[in-house]
Design a protein around this ligand. Structure first.
Ligand code: XMP
Length: 510
C-alpha cells in the first residue's frame, strides 16, 4: 500500500499548504476531518498524522478534538492548535495568553538534539500565529525549542510525537520545509514514493477497474485539468474515450487548433462549432451575470446534445476536478461567503445528466496535475497555460458581444501573450490577458482622426486567485505590446495597463 500521511483539519487557513508541502516532499497525503477515527486511518494505509492549526481554543466548549487512540497509534506532528490539543489530551495544560502573537519570531533549539530539527541552525526564524500556548507539558514530553516568550515553542516525547507552536508550512518559516521533511523521513521513516510515474500507473489501474467495458466522454475546455484527465483516461481505456470540444466562439486565438493538435491523434475527438448559437443567444446582452448564465446554460445543452449523439459511447463522464476543489467544496461555508461572481465551469457537469462520473485528478494539486501531464507527454504550452474563465472572452468584451469584437480581442490578446512569452515572463505571472473595453476615444493615425476602441491589458501575480496584485511588467514590454496592438488590430487606437489589485478589483473585468 502506498505511504500515506493524514492531515487532520482543524480549520487552519494553511491546511492545504501543509498538504502541498508533504506532497512536494514526495509523500502522498490526504486531508481528513478532525473527527476521523484511528480505525479509518489504519484502513487507509496511513503511516503518520499531522494535526493542523485552527482558529479555536482548546478551552472553548465544543472545540474540535481527536480520537485519542490516534495519538498512540501513529507518529504525530501537531502544529499550533494541533500542538495544544495534543498537550491537553495527553494530560498537559494550555494557557490562554490573553494576547495573540502574530508574525515572525526566532526560536532556539534545546538539547538534546531532536530529529525534528536535524540540519537546522541553533536559532531559526519561524512564523507565529496563536493566542494560546502549552504551559505544562504532558508526562514524558520535553521542550525541544523555546522563544523569548515561550518556554515550550516545540515539544517531543523523544520518539514519535511532536508539537510545534509555529507554522513550519508557511514560506515565512524559512526552514519549515526541512522540519516537515525531518518529520516524514527522520521520524516516520517514510521513503517518498509519490512520483508522477507512480501516480499514472496506479491511476490507470483504478480507471480500468472503474470503467470496466464501458465507454466514456470527456469535455475538453482547452484548460490543463480537463486535458490531463482526458489524456490519463485515454491511456487507460484507449478509444473507448471520446472527447468533445465545444467551440463557443469565446475562445482565444488558435485554441481550437491547439486542442485538435494535442488530442486529435490520441482519442476520438468531436469538435463542435457552436459559435453561432452562442452568439445568437448573447446578442445585445450587456450584464455580466446574464452573460455567464446564458453561456453556462447553453453549454450544458450543447454538451448534452453531443453526448446523446454518441449514444452508448457516453456512459461515463470524465471530469478534471482537482484536489483544491474537493477540499474547498467540503469546507465551504456558503452562509458567510458573499457571491461576487457566479463561476461557471464550462466543460463542467450538467447537474442532472444521467452519467456516472470519473474524476481521476481528485487527489492532485495543480502542480502535480502539470507533472502528470508532462509524464503523459502533453505539450508544455498546454500544461503551463494560464487559467481561462469558463465564459471565456464573453467576460472580456465589455458590453454587447459580436463576432467582430471577439476577433478584435483575440488578436490583441494573442499579441500580448506572444510578447509576454518572448520576454520570458509568461510563467512569472499567474494570468495575463487583454480586455476589449466599451470605451471609444479619439486618436490620430497617419494624418487621420480615428475614433476607436480601447484595449486594456491585465496581468496579475497571485498564489490562490483570491487576492492578486498587478504584475510589474517592464515598460519596454508594455510599449511594444501597445504599439503592435494599435498597428495590427484595426479599430483599436488606445491601449491602457490595468494597475488595480484584487481586492478591490477582481482579476477579470466582468
Ligand atoms: P476573479 O475575476 O473573480 O477571478 O478575480 C478569479 C479567477 O477565476 C477565473 N474566473 C472564472 N473561472 N468560470 C471559471 O471557470 C468563471 O465564470 C470565471 N470567472 C472568473 C478568473 O479567470 C481568475 O482566474
Amino acid at each position: 500500500m502506498r505511504e500515506t500521511v493524514a492531515i487532520l483539519d482543524y480549520g487552519s487557513q494553511y491546511t492545504q499548504v501543509i498538504a502541498r508541502r508533504v506532497r512536494e516532499a514526495g509523500v502522498y497525503c490526504e486531508v481528513f476531518a478532525h473527527d476521523v477515527s484511528a480505525g479509518e486511518l489504519t484502513a487507509r494505509g496511513v503511516r503518520a498524522v499531522i494535526l493542523s492549526g485552527g482558529p479555536a481554543s482548546v478551552h472553548e466548549a465544543g472545540a474540535p478534538s481527536i480520537d485519542r487512540t490516534i495519538l498512540d497509534a501513529f507518529p504525530v506532528l501537531g502544529i499550533c492548535y494541533g500542538m495544544h490539543l495534543m498537550a491537553q489530551v495527553l494530560g498537559g495544560a494550555v494557557a490562554a495568553e490573553g494576547k495573540r502573537e502574530y508574525g515572525p519570531a526566532e526560536f532556539e533549539s534545546l538539547p538534546p538534539a531532536s530529529a525534528l530539527f536535524a540540519g537546522l541552525a541553533p536559532r531559526e526564524r519561524a512564523w507565529m500565529s496563536h493566542g494560546d500556548s502549552v504551559s505544562r507539558l504532558p508526562q514524558g514530553f520535553h521542550a525541544i525549542a523555546r522563544t523569548d516568550r515561550l518556554a515550550a515553542a516545540a515539544m517531543s516525547d523523544g520518539a514519535r510525537r511532536f508539537g510545534v507552536q509555529f507554522h513550519p508550512e508557511v514560506a515565512h518559516t524559512p526552514n519549515g520545509t526541512l522540519i516537515i521533511r525531518n518529520f516524514l523521513f527522520n521520524v516516520c521513516g517514510l521513503t517518498g514514493d509519490w512520483t508522477p510515474a507512480a501516480f499514472v500507473e496506479e491511476a490507470i489501474r483504478e480507471i480500468e477497474v472503474a470503467v470496466g467495458a464501458r465507454h466514456a466522454v470527456c469535455g475538453l475546455s482547452g484548460g490543463v485539468d480537463s486535458a490531463v484527465a482526458a489524456a490519463l483516461v485515454a491511456r487507460a481505456i484507449g478509444n473507448r474515450l471520446t472527447c468533445v470540444f465545444i467551440d463557443t466562439g469565446m475562445l482565444r486565438k488558435d485554441e481550437n487548433r491547439e486542442v485538435v493538435a494535442a488530442f486529435g491523434e490520441r482519442v476520438p475527438l468531436v469538435v463542435v462549432d457552436a459559435s453561432a448559437r452562442f452568439l445568437a443567444r448573447l446578442a445585445g446582452v450587456v450584464e455580466p451575470e446574464k452573460k455567464r448564465a446564458i453561456i453556462g446554460e447553453e453549454f450544458v445543452r450543447c454538451f448534452e446534445e453531443e453526448a446523446e449523439k454518441l449514444g452508448t459511447a457516453a456512459e461515463l463522464l470524465v471530469q478534471g476536478t482537482i484536489y483544491p476543489d474537493v477540499i474547498e467544496s467540503k469546507s465551504r461555508d456558503s452562509k458567510t461567503a458573499a457571491r461576487i461572481k457566479t463561476h461557471h465551469n464550462v466543460g463542467g457537469l450538467p447537474e442532472d445528466m444521467a452519467l456516472g462520473v470519473v474524476e481521476p485528478l481528485r487527489r492532485l494539486f495543480k502542480d502535480e496535475v502539470r507533472r502528470v501531464g508532462a509524464e503523459l507527454g502533453l505539450p508544455e504550452d498546454l500544461l503551463w497555460r494560464h487559467p481561462f474563465p469558463g465564459p471565456g472572452l464573453a467576460v472580456r468584451v465589455i458590453g454587447p458581444i459580436d463576432r467582430p469584437s471577439l476577433d478584435m480581442l483575440r488578436e490583441a490578446d494573442a499579441i500580448f501573450l506572444e510578447e509576454l512569452r518572448a520576454a520570458g515572463l509568461y510563467r512569472d505571472v499567474a494570468q495575463a490577458f487583454a480586455v476589449l473595453t466599451s470605451t471609444q476615444s479619439v486618436g490620430v493615425q497617419g494624418d487621420f482622426r480615428t475614433y476607436g476602441r480601447m484595449v486594456a491589458l491585465r496581468a496579475v501575480t497571485t498564489d490562490d486567485f483570491m487576492t492578486a496584485d498587478w504584475a510589474r511588467l517592464p515598460y519596454d514590454l508594455l510599449a511594444k505590446v501597445s504599439a503592435r496592438i494599435v498597428n495590427e488590430v484595426p479599430g483599436v487606437n488606445r491601449v491602457v495597463y490595468d494597475v488595480s489589485s484584487k481586492p478591490p478589483a477582481t482579476i477579470e473585468w466582468e
